[in-house]
Design a protein around this ligand. Sequence first.
Ligand code: F6P
Length: 327
Amino acid sequence: MSDKKLKTIAVLCSGGDAPGMNCAIRAVVRTALGEGLEVYGIKRGYAGLLEGSFLKMEASTVGNIIQHGGTMLQTSRCPEFHDPDIRKEAFHILRRKNIDGLIVIGGNGSYAGAQALQAEHGLPVVGIPGTIDNDIQGTDYTIGFDTAVQTAVEAVDKIRDTAFSHARTFIVEVMGRKSPAIALHVGVCTGAENIVLPSDEVNYDQIAQDIKRGINRGKISSIIICAEGEKAGLGYEIQKELEEKHELSAHVCILGHIQRGGNPSAIDRFVASRMGYVAVKSLLKGDKSMATAYVGGQVITIPLEKSLGKKDKYLPQFVDLARALSI
Ligand code: F6P
């Protein structure tokens, strides 16, 4: 693509929705309009792009959305976008709409699509990290994480009431197919006896030992937090093992998608608003392939390629912390 003045940009959400995406869309649209740009929202992510589903965005289009979860543009997972021919088609659709730059709000898969569009067709792109999993490399924070953790913590607090009243052990399964972040934070914040991460070999003996340790000192209820892993339902496997091998009975609660919905927290609104603003400024500066990132309390831009992978920061010390504090 030639280096011409930026006139029209587009924004889309892709992958799983996350609370705060609306705040990011609002910030992108209003920053761009303030700079005299035209803005289009693309509905349903890359799938909507391929269908030519564009929405002209005005300041009022993003009115009264700051407090809502989900995404007003809707989102999707689009495996077809792995195909270079499909991406070529997408680029031509963007060209026909005179789009000079694209902002993609999403997770790792969404970033990979944006990076490929840039590398193959020269379209300037900026990624905004939006996923409850907080697992994108190069940024300390992804939009939606704080709200999701808070939702899960509130749910476990409620479960704890029943766990105590009925003297029960509960295994609560939280989201994070490949990411331990939600489980680690929820486990520490709810005083869990043990936290099982998606990448772990499950140490059933250790879990049983932790529950029994509590019982021996007079505890009548326990909470085990486990991340869902590749498929939801790990909680039931743990329950079976505990019953069959350790004669411990436990109830399972899978929190599921309630963790993805709901009004974004103030932190998510704040970070998303800053990131949307910075993303537009990056395109205006003439950047070609960047991602916004939250680093040391600042919102900055980093090369998109540095944000493509999964965060490698694995924090097993939080498992130890939860276990140390739940004696
Ligand atoms: O968006 C991230 C996430 O919520 C993961 O935590 C979870 O494993 C996955 O998405 C679930 O995806 P889906 O909603 O497509 O089933």
